[in-house]
Write a protein that binds this ligand. Structure first.
Ligand code: SD4
Length: 343
């Protein structure tokens, strides 16, 4: 994660097509990569399984610790994504997340269990663990999504602490960004690390969670795909689950995670379903300057991923091992950029 962060820091904010490209050494085409993913079936006996976006190994470990001691999938995904939420060095999630254009850190999160119960918060400020507030929304209210001040009031009523989430490092970066920023929407300003996590527990039930500080320097009030059930995350215990990272607007327009799950229901392998959902964006939207990546896991324990631009990675954990995998992609990165981490 550290080398990736350095790379992002050293790269112009709008250069989505090359985000993460320096870390990729794969030379295979999208088709070859898909075939490789199809082979990576996880045997049923290896349950529990955890899969998450980007290089979130510590989050997977926290989720697996819950699942290994008999915890439910929903407990695993909540515990897992709380790790980057609490990490001040993770600049796209929770505490330490990059702020909006006004310098306010505003968070989006959702969670969904094996029964189809779900909860979400969006435009939530001052609360370090939005995923746990989302879980409370799911468990304690008749609603699915609470926003802004209402979400904050609910969190405080439920014992969450009001905190300053803007770290000094994030604040300084924002000050730097303001020097050249034009105060107008620039859709390709994007920095990644949003965590979406899917887990199957020892009983074979699946749940998922997704949490983010959203696009860096977004407009005040902007909400992305991550807290929207069906867009940033979807779970169906009959089929499996999917979650997204990247430019939320593209995912929202195509209701991406729901689409992936429905494609799996029709018999597609998770890798193929992720690819088809990405191809919908490619066919209908301007994809050249944006990144979107999906991961999916079916009830058999098969998993896969697909993204627009080479550079998206994800982590798969069983009790035996944790493997960082490079996602299959549609657009190969043009050239290898030299970064500090290469030296
Ligand atoms: C959003 N999908 O707010 C999120 C951003 C993201 O990795 O995934 N970044 O649009």
């Amino acid at each position: 994660m550290a080398s990736r962060r350095k790379f992002i820091k050293n790269t112009s904010l709008g250069s989505l097509g090359v985000i993460g490209s320096s870390l990729i050494n794969t030379t295979c085409s999208a088709e070859e990569s898909i075939i490789e993913d199809k082979k990576s079936e996880v045997n049923l006996t290896t349950k529990p399984i955890v899969i998450s976006t980007w290089n979130n190994k510590k989050a997977n470990a926290a989720a697996m610790a819950k699942l290994s001691s008999g915890g439910k999938a929903i407990d695993g995904v909540e515990a897992g994504v709380r790790v980057p939420e609490g990490d001040p060095f993770d600049r796209s999630v929770g505490y330490g997340g990059r702020p909006d254009r006004d310098g306010d850190v505003t968070l989006d999160a959702c969670i969904m269990d094996e029964k189809g119960n779900c909860g979400a918060v969006c435009f939530l400020q001052h609360i370090k663990h939005p995923i746990s507030v989302a879980r409370r929304v799911m468990e304690k209210t008749p609603h699915v999504l609470l926003a802004g001040e209402g979400a904050l009031a609910f969190a405080l009523e439920n014992g969450f602490k009001k905190e300053n989430l803007l770290t000094e490092e994030s604040r300084l970066e924002w000050e730097e960004w303001k020097v050249d920023s034009k105060y107008q929407p620039i859709i390709n300003i994007e920095n990644h690390d949003t965590i979406g996590m899917l887990a199957i527990d020892a009983k074979g039930d699946i749940s998922g969670a997704c949490t983010t500080s959203g696009l860096a320097y977004k407009m005040k009030g902007r909400v992305g795909d991550s807290p929207i059930i069906g867009a940033g995350l979807y779970i169906d215990n009959e089929v499996g689950g999917a979650t997204a990272t990247g430019m939320g607007e593209a995912v929202l327009r195509s209701v991406g995670s729901f689409l992936v799950v429905e494609l799996m229901r029709q018999g597609m392998h998770p890798a193929e379903a992720c690819k088809e959902a990405v191809m919908r964006i490619i066919r209908k939207q301007d994809f050249k300057e944006i990144q979107v990546g999906y991961i999916a896991l079916n009830k058999k324990g098969e998993y896969g991923a697909f993204c627009i631009h080479e550079g998206f990675e994800y982590v798969v954990s069983t009790q035996e091992e944790t493997v960082l995998k490079q996602s299959a992609f549609h657009v190969k990165a043009k050239k290898k950029k030299k970064t500090e981490s290469d030296q």
